[in-house]
Design a protein around this ligand. Structure first.
Ligand code: C2O
Ligand code: CU
Ligand code: CU
Length: 457
């Protein structure tokens, strides 16, 4: 971070026992876990050894894996223990990630453990994507966005005390500075050519409004579950906690010395717009409120090249959308506040592996899940073990980031704005057993906005 003694962090360290050398690349200059590169169709085996003073798990966010290797809180790795998980990589190419999913008797530890450093990128590659010859190697930038608060000698500070802490829990932790790949945003020397920028929002609760400093549109080519069918130009692109976006930018018109900044632009935070939070002045307590403007990465053109590679007009050829019609079953979830205790889904909060009757689905079925947000805050809703399509939204406030919500393609996390209803379609394939759905605002999740659901064969 800044000068001075480094913070104490919790880290993932990896050792590759077998397989291609580029499977694991360490991020030595930050607390981030190593970046893992896998190929579709590959079988992996991972030994996870816990040297932390408390239980943990490793969840493969977004991957279609069996329930018992999903890193769920019901299967904690105790201090000093080792767990071995194995799975086949079934997902198409995309940017995924892994993080802690521990939940103890006193509540969730996801927010704390991820904040302390237990998160990293996981990239899946495949032939289909490779054939498109998108910018790669030095021309592919990976960006993990996280906000952190430091005190004194670079000491990482998580939740405040007393009233501040209650507020943190209510709206989710917001740090007073934003880090990119575990360090303050930096300048990157680039050439006059196209770049692929793959961004993960690894923050506990912060929502980003990705935009270019010169106002050019943001060309989105992929989301959580890989490439979109075709590129989409947006004035800005919204990235909620746990979501990923794949962005393409062509710098071939630039001159050496020119710069371009990727920023998070200003927006009106919907969570203040009504209801129980009004008048409490909670936004004032943070140095970097939700919706502030700040830089994420600076590109400085230092080399002029002749060639430019055009962006293919068609990107995702392989995976068809999930077919839905008027007979598709709709399961509704109402997101509502619970006085002083966070948020509930259909009136329920986390209750271990207990599953209600309306949280049981059939293997092989296609369903639409409908999230209705009756709280004054946005909630990034995440479903484990699959990728879904967004069917539609209604009821949202049109000034609240709507033009930047990327709903096409495949997702595992969808942002549901205040008073909005969002429908997503999914198919329960291949694996039965227990999975989880929850809000990926980590403080909401830890406070119980999380439930198991069961896929029955
Ligand atoms: Cu990032 Cu339950 O997951
Ligand atoms: Cu997940
Ligand atoms: Cu939430």
């Amino acid at each position: 971070m800044g000068p001075g003694a480094p913070s104490e962090v919790w880290r993932y360290r990896a050792e590759l026992l077998k397989g291609p050398k580029n499977t694991v690349s360490e991020n030595p200059d930050s607390y981030l876990g190593p970046t893992i590169r896998l190929r579709r169709g590959q079988t992996v085996k991972i030994h996870i050894h816990n040297e932390l003073p408390e239980d943990t798990t490793v969840h493969w966010h977004g991957l279609h894996v069996p329930s018992d290797v999903d890193g769920q809180p019901r299967l904690p790795i105790r201090p000093g223990e080792t767990m071995t998980v194995g799975f086949e990589v079934l997902d198409r190419a995309g940017l995924f990630w892994y993080h802690s999913h521990a939940h103890g008797k006193q509540g969730g530890r996801v927010g704390f453990q991820s904040y302390a450093g237990l998160a990293g990128l996981l990239i899946v590659e495949d032939e289909e994507e490779a054939d498109l010859k998108l910018p790669s190697g030095d021309n592919e930038l990976l960006l993990v966005l996280q906000d952190r608060t430091f005190a004194g000698n670079n000491e990482l500070v998580y939740m405040g005390r007393g009233m501040g802490s209650m507020m943190d829990r209510m709206h989710g932790f917001l740090g007073d500075r934003v880090l990119a790949n575990g360090a303050p945003p930096t300048t990157r020397k680039v050439a006059t050519r196209p770049y692929r920028i793959r961004v993960l929002n690894g923050s506990n609760a912060r929502i980003y409004k990705l935009a270019w400093s010169d106002g050019r549109p943001v060309t989105v080519i992929g989301a959580d579950g890989g490439l979109l069918q075709e590129p989409e130009d947006r004035p800005y692109a919204v990235l909620a906690p746990a979501q990923r976006l794949d962005i393409w930018v062509d710098l071939s018109e630039f001159q050496p010395g020119d710069t371009l900044e990727l920023i998070s632009d200003r927006f009106r935070a919907g969570m203040m717009s009504g209801g129980m939070m009004d008048g409490m002045g909670m936004m004032g307590s943070n140095a970097l409120p939700l919706g502030s403007r700040f830089p994420l990465a600076r590109l400085e053109v230092s080399k002029s090249l002749k060639a430019s590679e055009p962006l293919p007009a068609q990107l995702g050829v392989q995976r068809q959308k999930i077919p839905v019609n008027s007979n598709t079953r709709i399961r509704s979830f109402e997101l509502s506040p619970v006085m002083m205790r966070g948020f509930a889904m259909n009136g329920r909060r986390f209750d271990g592996t207990n599953v209600a009757d309306d949280e049981k689905v059939r293997l092989g079925d296609t369903e639409i899940w409908e999230f209705h947000n009756s709280t004054p805050m946005p909630h990034p809703m995440h479903i484990h073990g699959l990728q879904f399509n967004v069917v539609g939204r209604r009821g949202g406030n049109s000034d609240s980031l709507q033009q930047g919500l990327v709903d096409s393609g495949w997702h595992d996390t969808v942002l549901v704005m205040p008073r909005e209803t969002v429908q997503v379609a999914m198919k329960f394939e291949r694996f039965d057993g227990l999975y989880i759905y929850h809000c990926h605002n980590m403080e909401h999740e830890d406070a119980g906005m999380m439930r198991y659901f069961q896929v029955q064969s």
